[in-house]
Design a protein around this ligand. Structure first.
Ligand code: SF4
Ligand code: SF4
Length: 731
């Protein structure tokens, strides 16, 4: 990733220090955002309605195919931006449109100002444009003495409030009708009621005259068609049509990434864009502008049209093997719609200009690392954004790439160096755990750490923390019983234990091994294996993560086993990433592929490979929590639920089953206030459903759910699928 070190000077420890100071301030803003009850309710309601609308409107469409097509066509376009620009320029200029390329935000702003001055414009109306937001165009024009009025209802409201958008598609989603009616009362000088229809009428009345008076209209563009030199603008309010037609001058500002070959590609994107953005089948208006039309206000009787393409780092981004994906973005905003963090704190705290997962990435490239340093930490790696992205962008991977770049540029915080030093030296790490096991004894009661001073725990003291197990799995595993005792096994597998199950929850693995023994599966446990490396990847330490991966490949040769079995979804999904981490050029890439191919989660192994039929046990009201790294990371969804059903348990579904539990590895330590809110919502739902147990497939989720439930006095138990199946099947 050559962009990662562009124009950056190392500030080493100073950077790390600055980071912790600004992170504190950011966390304080997050806490304030959590108090905004209207915003939270609005985002909650929207999230639910969005999921349903999206599902309904994509039914009958081959979504994976559509994602693949959009991703391929956007990649093709970003691979030849300058060629498409040349074609666009030729076609548009032939139809009387002037085309410009602005290298930077400053150049783009100056161009608009110059066009206004050359054409004697002083009153500007604007329709919604994220590119204009990106360059802070309004501020620039207002400083130059022009009057600028936003005409999209949401944008107008936030302009009056002097704030930025809180969503890329619905900029004022954070505001209640009360707040809008108070604002409109102030603006009009007349008391306005809270009726939404009335508020819309007020806006229409106020804006109508502005349209009539304006001499320049500024729009963005969703598409720039290279073959015809046409612009495509998608909107829900129709204001973009008035902005682009009424004033004598029209300026369209578009990122270079809006260039595509032609209408066919635009229509393909349009099949996905509104459905993914707001869960609606189509927007109210899609406008196509080709060439300068008649305009009596200008001397030559033709409309003045300028199209400004903005580079602002896009050409460099297009060259980057990893981050070029970001240019596929069609600005649908869906990666915010599904993000559990955005849902809690809204766009003002979850983006700079661009919001949501893509905002975390673009902020770094377009607005600099100072604006992104803390923001980029605020991600649970839940992968909901990757799954929903209509352009197939691997957003979590880009987020961890930016994090790694910032770490590289600023120097590593102590937590990174400590984690890297420990996890890349298995023996040292395991010796530390052994020492900790003895040291914790006085503070341990019934499997939990007790009496830890609050000063030590700080904000993370919102859940009970498990103690290290008296005996780790590696000491409990007996090869003679689980492998040698089976002379003609159906399968020979290696178990990858992961740190949490090895040292904290060995009983989960033991329960699974007992089932496998009964099913005549030989289970080996190569003891040289270490941590899977996911925590390092999340900390932005890809080098150390790759070192750990290489170590595990040497400890566990995939050729020796039919499968590599995981009981931890996070480990499993990370092990599947080994080929990417180790790279295609490395000597062990073939082995890494074989390793990844053989990794399988416990439920899938039972159900798909062994065709396991659990014995029916006692029925209990059972909720399921789908770990992010299982349902999205490994794309295993129905299997665990089906096993619970076959085991005779009363499965109690709920709509938030696939929402992250809020742990996110070190996330819950960095952002405990967000982590707590996320898990509290889930606990509340389970309480409401009167469940007796919550079953899941990831020890990390168990740590978060069980510890939080215990601290809040919940009585339901929290167990791993292997444990619950073991109880019903092995009586
Ligand atoms: S990254 Fe994907 S989901 Fe997010 S706004 Fe862009 S296209 Fe939409
Ligand atoms: S991975 Fe999850 S938490 Fe992170 S940006 Fe994506 S949706 Fe949000």
């Amino acid at each position: 990733m050559f962009l990662s070190s562009r124009n950056i000077t190392k500030t080493s420890q100073q950077g790390a220090f600055m980071s912790s100071k600004t992170l504190k301030a950011y966390r304080s803003r997050l806490r304030d955002a959590l108090q905004e009850s209207f915003q939270r309710k609005a985002l909650d309601n929207f999230t639910t309605a969005y999921r349903q609308g999206r599902e309904k409107n994509f039914s009958g469409i081959d979504l994976p195919q559509l994602v693949e097509t959009i991703s391929a066509l956007k990649d093709d376009a970003s691979g030849r931006l300058m060629e498409l620009l040349a074609d666009f320029r030729e076609a548009a200029q032939a139809k009387g449109v002037q085309v410009h390329l602005a290298g930077t935000a400053r150049e783009a702003n100056d161009l608009v100002e110059r066009i206004a001055s050359e054409n004697g414009c002083s009153r500007v109306v604007k329709s919604k444009s994220m590119t204009a937001e990106e360059i802070h165009l309004n501020d620039h024009l207002e400083n130059a003495g022009l009057e600028v009025v936003e005409t999209d209802l949401g944008e107008w409201i936030i302009q009056l409030r002097e704030e930025g958008p809180s969503h890329m598609v619905m900029p004022a989603i954070h505001l209640s009708r009360d707040e809008v009616s108070r604002l409109f009362t102030q603006v009009t000088g007349r008391e306005q009621d809270k009726d939404i229809e009335n508020l819309v009428k007020v806006a229409r009345r106020e804006l109508r005259q502005r349209f009539a008076d304006a001499d320049m209209g500024i729009t963005g563009a969703n598409f720039a068609l290279a073959d015809t030199g046409s612009l495509g603008i998608v909107s829900n309010e129709g204001n973009a049509r008035l902005v682009s037609t009424l004033p004598k001058v029209h300026v369209a500002i578009a990122g270079l990434d809006k260039l595509i070959p032609g209408m066919e590609e635009a229509l393909t994107i349009l099949r996905g864009l509104p459905r993914n953005a707001t869960g609606q089948a189509i927007t109210s208006y899609v406008s196509w502008i080709t060439g300068a039309t008649e305009c009596q206000a200008n001397e030559d009787g033709r409309k003045v049209i300028h199209v400004i393409f903005l580079d602002n780092g896009r050409r460099a981004l297009a060259e980057d093997p990893l981050f070029s994906q970001a240019l596929r973005c069609v600005r649908c905003g869906a990666c915010a719609n599904v993000c559990p963090v955005y849902r809690l704190v809204g766009g003002h705290q979850y983006g700079y200009i661009y919001i949501g997962a893509i905002g975390l990435v673009l902020t770094y490239f377009m607005h600099g690392r100072d604006k992104d340093r803390d923001l980029i930490q605020n991600c649970l790696n839940c992968q909901a954004c990757r799954e929903v992205c209509i352009a197939g962008i691997d957003l979590p991977r880009l987020i961890s790439g930016v994090r790694a770049a910032i770490t590289e540029q600023e120097g590593r915080p102590w937590i990174n160096s400590t984690a890297s030093a420990l996890l890349t030296h298995r023996k040292l790490f395991h010796s530390c755990l052994k020492a900790a096991r003895f040291a914790q004894k006085p503070a341990t009661r019934q499997g939990y750490l007790r009496h830890l001073p609050l000063a030590l725990l700080g904000d993370i003291g919102n859940k009970e923390l498990p103690a290290l197990a008296a005996q780790p799995f590696r000491n409990r595993y007996r090869k003679e019983a689980y492998a040698d005792a089976l002379p003609a096994p159906r399968y020979t597998v290696a178990v990858f234990s992961g740190c949490l199950q090895d040292f904290v929850y060995p009983e989960q693995l033991m329960a699974g091994l007992d089932i496998l023994q009964q099913e005549n599966v030989a289970v080996h446990f190569p003891k040289e294996q270490g941590c899977c490396g996911l925590p390092l990847d999340m900390l932005g330490e890809p080098g150390a993560a790759a070192e750990v991966a290489a170590h595990n490949l040497s400890a566990l040769d995939p050729a020796d086993y039919d499968y590599i079995l995981v009981f931890c979804a996070s480990c499993g999904s990370h092990l599947k990433n080994y080929p990417r981490l180790l790279g295609s050029g490395s000597g062990i890439s073939a082995k890494a592929r074989q390793f990844a191919d053989r990794v399988i989660d416990f439920s899938s192994f039972l159900d798909r490979v062994l065709e396991y039929q659990p014995q029916g046990g006692e029925s209990a009201r059972t909720a399921y929590h789908a770990p992010c790294h299982l349902c999205r990371g490994m794309e295993v969804r129905e299997t665990p639920r089906s096993l619970l059903h076959k085991a005779g348990l009363e499965y109690v579904p709920n709509q938030e089953e696939e929402t992250c539990c809020g742990l996110g590895g070190t996330y819950s330590v960095k952002f405990p206030e967000i982590s707590r809110e996320i898990i509290d919502k889930k606990l509340e739902l389970w309480r409401g459903h009167d469940v007796e147990q919550v079953v899941t497939d990831c020890p990390g989720c168990i740590l978060q759910i069980r510890g939080s439930a215990k601290m809040r006095g919940d009585t339901f138990r929290v167990v791993h699928t292997a444990e619950v199946l073991g109880e019903t099947s092995l009586k």
